[in-house]
Design a protein around this ligand. Structure first.
Ligand code: FDA
Length: 282
């Protein structure tokens, strides 16, 4: 077992279902019994290795079959860089279409995650291209990117289903809002735009201010939407929202390549950094 496994794995476990698909299905089943829908993701990103890409695609196809077979309430969420966006848009498009075709057979849905900024243009154009044929897909957009208001307008004008999140990658300040306050300001503008022009979108945050704004706008507009949150974060809040009648979907990642994802999660909260530092002290 490597050093990173010894140090990080106990902390990372909070945010991941386990290493296998049956771990993810079991977590999903127990979340379903609490009224929460699942959204299963295989950990792993940024590869140009065709064998690896093929194995991600086969595994996602298997997930879709298992969800149906086990009668689980879950969609899937995929990263373009797992489907080979680094090998060209056509290559990635073929893989995405395989997943969407299988998902359509089972009346299921495919969310596309948004990765770091070198992929934003390609991810949006891939999504809009494939969306002409498939409606069972949605795309994540990031409130920290200064360009997102324009992207969101474009996506909404083509009736796209959207997940709005803050954004999780380390980007330069000429393209992103860096301070949490400015990200929240932009997130609020985008929530207003979603409630004015959108439908069935997802607000993906654990931030009370943004959750409260969404609830208030839903009360005044009646526009249907859902909250999406991460496995291992704010479980009490999820139950509270369910009991108020809101739909909550949980992002459930699993797999062996848990390190980059877990580092992003650990970075998001000072207390996590403290726990991490404590792991280094005997
Ligand atoms: P923020 O980080 O400010 O958290 C608000 C509060 O929530 C904190 O004060 C704390 O109480 C709690 N909290 C949040 N994170 C925590 C943690 N890790 N541990 C413990 N408590 C925590 N990003 C991206 O770039 N591309 C993507 O495709 C996605 N997809 C995605 C899907 C879903 C369902 C979610 C919920 C999030 C994403 N993200 C993402 C991640 C997103 O960009 C962002 O990094 C995290 O959601 C954290 O931001 P919050 O909005 O929760 O606010």
């Amino acid at each position: 077992m490597g050093l990173s496994n010894t140090l990080f794995l106990p902390l990372a476990k909070k945010f991941i279902a386990g290493e296998t698909l049956s771990d993810a299905i079991e977590v999903c089943r127990s979340r379903n019994s609490a009224g929460i829908s699942g959204m299963i993701n295989i950990l792993g990103e940024h590869t140009s290795d065709e064998e690896k890409i093929k194995s991600y695609v086969s595994e996602y196809l298997l997930i879709l079959k298992q969800i149906k077979k086990e009668n689980i309430d879950s969609s899937i969420s995929v990263k373009p860089s797992q489907l080979g966006i680094d090998l060209g848009l056509d290559y990635c498009k073929n893989n995405l279409i395989k997943l969407l075709t299988e998902a359509s057979k089972h009346d299921n849905f495919v969310w596309v995650d948004m990765e770091d900024s070198p992929y934003t243009d390609d991810t949006i154009s891939l999504f809009l291209d494939v969306k002409k044929e498939f409606s069972n897909m949605g795309l994540c957009v990031q409130a920290y990117l200064k360009r997102t208001e324009d992207d969101l307008n474009q996506l909404l004008s083509s009736n796209s289903q959207v997940r709005l999140c803050k954004g999780a990658y380390n980007e330069s300040d000429d393209i992103v809002y860096k301070k949490n306050k400015t990200v929240v300001n932009n997130f609020e503008i985008l929530i207003h735009n979603l409630f004015n022009q959108g439908n069935d979108f997802a607000i993906a945050t654990h931030d009370d201010k943004l959750i409260d704004l969404s609830i208030n706008l839903h009360k005044s507009t009646n526009v249907p939407f859902e909250f999406q949150m991460l496995l291992g974060v704010r479980d009490k809040k999820k139950s509270e929202l369910i009991s108020q009648g809101h739909k909550v979907t949980e992002y459930i990642p699993y797999g062996k390549e848990w390190l980059p994802y877990s580092i992003r999660r650990l970075n998001e909260r000072k207390r996590n950094i403290f726990l991490l530092a404590r792991a280094f002290i005997p």
